[in-house]
Ligand binder design. Structure first.
Ligand SMILES: NC(=O)c1ccc[n+]([C@@H]2O[C@H](COP(=O)([O-])OP(=O)(O)OC[C@H]3O[C@@H](n4cnc5c(N)ncnc54)[C@H](OP(=O)(O)O)[C@@H]3O)[C@@H](O)[C@H]2O)c1
Length: 281
């Protein structure tokens, strides 16, 4: 990876930190996209020390704010550097309905629109840098819903449910990756996504104390972040997946998601809505 430039979102913690560390350890130049400058600087210093790689940089932006995504993407583009690997990883799970400053339900906004908008803004650079790869962290939680519900993104019809809204955002990762891979055919850019397993990370730590307590109780049964990052690292670096696109991985192997995650019409519908919600042409 010595001659590769990578960008990892959510690199302060959990799977994203472990992914960034592995890429840096393999010699790549790595941009860490983080929302907190303080946390980012600590992660950058630790990773530089642990991997002896000084080609690590911070990009600071909140993926819940589309204006931040635009600013951060412009900042990266202005470096003039190629982009060989984009890892869309930053995500969250909320136990309560929360809205972003843009007025969008937060899990859909960060977990899906964050991936969508950042990737669209960096798409031409990825194409110019081909062969290049887009790796997106989805989840087996896409099985918590039975299809897209684009007319009720907050799941108000049946009442807000953490699992449904989170699962829906992760279903969006799968359907979006499918449409993205279709659009990128022949460009030299691949797009794949993955389920990391149940991983002991900071996911959900911003929620109420009871939710953090449940997570702590379950922690012994969870994978380590390093193990959880294995498919992200495999898809980002392995020669084995050169040219492979539009797939869903678990434990470094392609698997079939639920049938409703392979619905091309739904994928196109999601794309159009995402374009409108991010005001992209
Ligand atoms: N853990 C699991 O069992 C599991 C299972 C399936 C899928 N996943 C997926 O794995 C991905 C990584 O999660 P994780 O488990 O590693 O959790 P984590 O330890 O909480 O890491 C999440 C990362 O995303 C960042 N982030 C959250 N909201 C953001 C925002 N608005 N803007 C910028 N960055 C933001 C966090 O930054 P801060 O440090 O500032 O909070 C953190 O760096 C997520 O997409 C998640 O859905 C996790």
């Amino acid at each position: 990876m010595q001659d590769k430039v990578c960008l990892v979102t959510g690199a302060t913690s959990g799977i994203g930190r472990a992914t960034a560390k592995a890429l840096a350890a393999q010699g790549a130049e790595v941009f860490l996209l983080v929302r907190s400058r303080d946390k980012g600087e600590i992660a950058l210093q630790e990773l530089a020390h642990e991997t002896r790689n000084s080609r690590l940089h911070l990009l600071i932006g909140d993926l819940a704010r589309q204006s931040d995504i635009r600013r951060v993407a412009a900042e990266f583009l202005s470096t003039g550097k190629p982009l060989h690997v984009l890892v869309n990883n930053a995500g969250l799970i909320n136990t309560r309905l929360r809205h972003t400053p843009d007025g969008i339900e937060e899990m859909f906004a960060v977990n899906h629109l964050g991936y969508f908008l950042l990737t669209e803004l960096l798409r031409q650079r990825l194409i110019q840098s081909a062969p290049s790869r887009i790796v997106s962290v989805s989840s087996g939680a896409h099985a918590f819903v039975k299809g897209l519900q684009l007319d009720d993104l907050e799941f108000q019809r049946n009442g807000f449910s953490t699992f449904a809204v989170y699962g829906h955002s992760k279903l969006c990762n799968l359907l979006w990756t499918r449409e993205l891979a279709r659009q990128l055919q022949g460009s030299g850019v691949t797009a794949n996504c993955l389920h990391p397993g149940a991983v002991g990370t900071g996911l959900g730590n911003q929620n109420a104390r009871w939710a953090r307590y449940v997570t702590r109780l379950l922690r012994p049964f969870f994978r380590t972040p390093e193990r959880g990052a294995s498919s992200s690292i495999h898809l980002a670096t392995s020669p084995e997946v050169e040219g492979v696109s539009g797939k869903y991985y678990y434990d470094c192997k392609p698997i079939r998601p639920k049938p409703w995650a392979e619905d091309d019409a739904a994928a196109r519908e999601l794309w159009q809505l995402s374009q409108r919600m991010t005001r992209l042409p």
